[in-house]
Structures are given as C-alpha cells and as structure tokens.
Ligand binder design. Sequence first.
Ligand SMILES: Cc1cc2nc3c(=O)[nH]c(=O)nc-3n(C[C@H](O)[C@H](O)[C@H](O)COP(=O)(O)OP(=O)(O)OC[C@H]3O[C@@H](n4cnc5c(N)ncnc54)[C@H](O)[C@@H]3O)c2cc1C
Length: 510
Amino acid sequence: MRGLRTILVEQNDLGSGTSSRSSRLIHGGLRYLEQGEFGMVLEANRERRTLRRIAPHLVWPLPFVFPVHRGDRVTRWRLAAGMLLYDALALFRNVRAHRMLGKRGMLEAEPMLRDRGLLGGARYYDAQCDDARLVVATARSAIHQGALVSNYMAVTGLERTAGRVVGAQLEDRLTGERGVIRASVVVNASGPWADQVRRLEDAGAAPLLQPTKGVHVVVDRGRIDHREAVAFTSPIDGRVMFVLPWGDLSYIGTTDTDTLEPPDDLRVTGDDVVYLLRSVNSRFPSARLGVEDVRASWAGLRPLLVDRDKLFTSKRSREHEIVHGSGGMLTLVGGKLTTYRSIAAEVVDQAMRELRHRDGRPRHAEARTDMEPLPGGETADLSQFRDRGLELGIPAVSIEHLLRHYGTEAAGIFNLGGADRRLFRRLVPDHPAIEAEVVHAVRRELAQTVEDVLVRRFHQYYEQLEHGAPSAHRVAELMGEELGWDDGRVDAEAERYLAFVSEGRRAAAI
Ligand SMILES: Cc1cc2nc3c(=O)[nH]c(=O)nc-3n(C[C@H](O)[C@H](O)[C@H](O)COP(=O)(O)OP(=O)(O)OC[C@H]3O[C@@H](n4cnc5c(N)ncnc54)[C@H](O)[C@@H]3O)c2cc1C
C-alpha cells in the first residue's frame, strides 16, 4: 500500500507457527497493567478497536468476569484499580465500561463458581479472534494490494553483495524446487525462529529471544458450565489464566514455562495439562475435569525478547524490537498478535527510511491499513447474507458458521454451492463446515494440504471429536479436483493427515 514491491514467504502454512496457537484474544492485556506497561496496553486497546473495525467477522467483543476469592494474589481493590485504568487506557471506548460485582452478582453471572471464599469481582470486555484465519485474511489483503505471498516456501540462506543482505535463497517445500529472490530490504519476521534466521546473516549473532511455552487444552463447555469468558488467578502460582468459550467447547490457558524445545517440535506434557485442569477445578469445583476430558490441546512458543533484567518469565516484557543486523537485515522480535498491524507498520516505516537513505526516493503516504477492511470484513451487518443462505436451503447452523468465519465472503461460498448443490453438504455430521468451504480454501485462502484445511481454515482438528479424521479423504478429493491430484495423490494426502492426527495425539500426551 506504500508503493513497494513486496514478497512474503512462509516455510509452512500461513499462521502455522505461534500465531495459530495463541489464546485467541485481541486484548489490552490485563496482566501487563500489573507490570506497569501502560503504553503497551494503550496501543493494544487501540488495535483492538481497529481490528474490530477492519475484520468484525474475525475479531468480536467478548464479555469477561474476573472473580476474586479470599487469599487470591489479585485482591478486589487491586482489581478495581486495574479495571479503572484498563477502561481509561481504552480511552473509555471499549464495548462497555467495566462493572465491579459483589459476591451475589458474581454468582448470578457464573453460578458454577466456587462459592466458598468468593468475595466478588468484575465484569469487563475484551475481544476474541480466530487467530489462524486472521493471519490468512491479512496475507490475502496484502495479495489484493499487489504483494506476492507464498506458503511452503522456506528461506534457506541469504544472498549477499559486499557483505550486505540483498535477497534470499528459497526452497519450495512441496516440490523441492530451489530459487533465489532479490530484494532491497529483507525483513526477518519469523517469530520464535527469529534467531535461527538471523544466524543465516551472522553465524555468531547473540540470541535475541528467550521464548516461553504456552499450552491450552480444550474441553466440552458443559463440563465447566461457565456462561462468559472467565479470567482468574491460578491458586497454584497466582498467574492470571483464562477459561474461554468457543461454541460448545471451552479452552483453558495458558501455561508459561521456560523451554529449550525447538519451535518445530513442541510437546504438551502431562504436567502442563494437570496444572491447567487443577487451576480450573479449584474455581469450578463441580467441573471435576480429568485428563480424559481433554479433547484437544495446542502449544506455542512466545517469541519473547531476551530477558535483560533476569525477571521471572511471566514478568518479562512482551515489547517488540526491530534489530538492524550486520548485513542490514531487519529482524523483528517480540510483539503480540493483538498489535501485529501497528508493529508491521513500524517495520515498513523502518524499511522505507532505509530505502530513502539509499536512493533518496520520496516519502510515500502512510498506508491506511487501519481503515482497509480485511477480506470478508467490509460490513458487520450480515443480515442480507443470512437471508440469501436461507433461500438457498442451507441449514441454519451452517449459515451461522459461514457468516462467523467468512463475513461477507460467505456470499462467494453460497455461489459455489449454488452452482453445485452437493457442495452444501457437511463434511461430517458433528461439525458445521460444508464442502464448498474446501473449494474456497484452495481457490482463495492458499490452502495446499489437508492439514491447512482441517487445522487452520476449519479448526476441525480442535473442534471435532476425532480431530477431523473422518473428513480427511473427502477434503483430499475436493482439493484434488482443484489442484489436479490423481487418485494416488488424493489417498496419500489423506493418509498424511491421518498420520498427523496420530502423531498429534502422541505429542499431546493425552
Ligand atoms: C500460548 C500463547 C498464547 C498467546 N496468546 C495471545 C493472545 O491471546 N493475544 C495476543 O495478542 N498474543 C498472544 N500470544 C502472542 C502471539 O501469539 C505471538 O506473539 C504472535 O503470534 C507471533 O507472531 P509472529 O508472526 O511473530 O510469529 P509466528 O506466528 O510464529 O510466525 C513466524 C513464521 O515464520 C515462519 N518461518 C520461520 N523460519 C522460516 C524460514 N526460514 N523461512 C520461511 N518462513 C519461516 C514460521 O513457519 C512461522 O509461521 C500468545 C502466544 C502464545 C505462545
């Protein structure tokens, strides 16, 4: 949008790294208040407003309660002060202002909360998002503005001229093809892989990252029977954690532990699961969650900046930094999903400065990424699309699912099914995704493998009882029709997904 010719390469699927393993919150970050990082909360709250404007289908308001029990690390008065500040740092433009609740009000809001020792708490508002789809939508928006975006394209080395980084060596991980791309500015925005990529520029570069691992587990919502999102302090270690609604499911997170595990091979351990379940059981005693109740789980690495002050893990700053490497590559470290847009703008500002310094090009107008809707986000009023879906005879549950995931782009999916009604069929009876979405995922959303579709485009991996395994073959068939796969390839792609599911079960230790 600023007149640069841009290419983005991603070694796996878009969003397959940390960005699809978050708590799915677009939030100011209550716990950052405790750390006195007010500037960051202010910026995050502003971005929450921006993302709700440009992608209302992917970022929606979420009411929370924050109960306080006797002996909790966060006391009622402290929570009250924090809530006031939180509203102020949202410039009093959050969905609604917070409200403090007494014990009775809190139990009315969340009847299943532990009654004993409950002192009250607060109701406040933040936003929830579909993290993986937000990444894909952002990349697609870049494509609409003329950028080239390629997934399954790894950077394996850097091109240099007189010591300067002037491009990258690429490997297509699906075909094995190799090539080189030249660029005036190279940006390394590879999250927890940042040090690895930086070592391609400077083998002896000191690490910039000191990542921590965060785990979430998914259970049936009915087991906890909570009504809203719940933030609370874990009685085990006093950390703030969440129980978050996701349709009929709830996910619980997160842990925050130092780890040396590589980002490509993160494991959910029994200890992670037990910590999360024990914390929730202490607040919702009738839930009595056990390891056998965990339907799915995910783990991600927080790409945190190296800890210069040797603070505890969860007290470390989430602030980001743009580092200028010895060969001139810009490496971005840190940051949150919530602030991705403003951080990206900052990185491009830096790239523009470098280019201007080098060839004196004129200053280009700012990109209005805060106003330009992401694909599907053109309007939040989807009533006309709902009517169209009903006219076509699509079941109401699938219509709601389509509007929720695709916003205005649901119209395109209706059209696909309009041309071939069979595409309105559900893939499996216990998940609302329909066949037309597979075609859309390939044609519009850069899906290349069954995993791309079932894990990050549809979330069946997390939401469906058998992790989407019963859909695998049909998804491969539909993808094959779009991508020209023969029968052998269709079978192989489906098998690959089934192997991924089995491996995931092993890695998740459940
Ligand atoms: C458990 C957990 C919960 C979180 N919850 C929240 C939350 O609720 N809200 C929030 O705002 N933030 C949250 N965060 C933080 C947020 O998720 C991350 O800060 C953010 O997603 C990082 O994005 P990224 O693009 O820097 O990294 P990634 O999403 O990891 O992207 C980097 C990409 O670079 C690719 N890559 C690496 N090496 C190469 C190479 N050689 N060639 C090509 N591509 C390469 C990787 O495959 C990867 O996909 C959470 C983080 C964790 C771990």
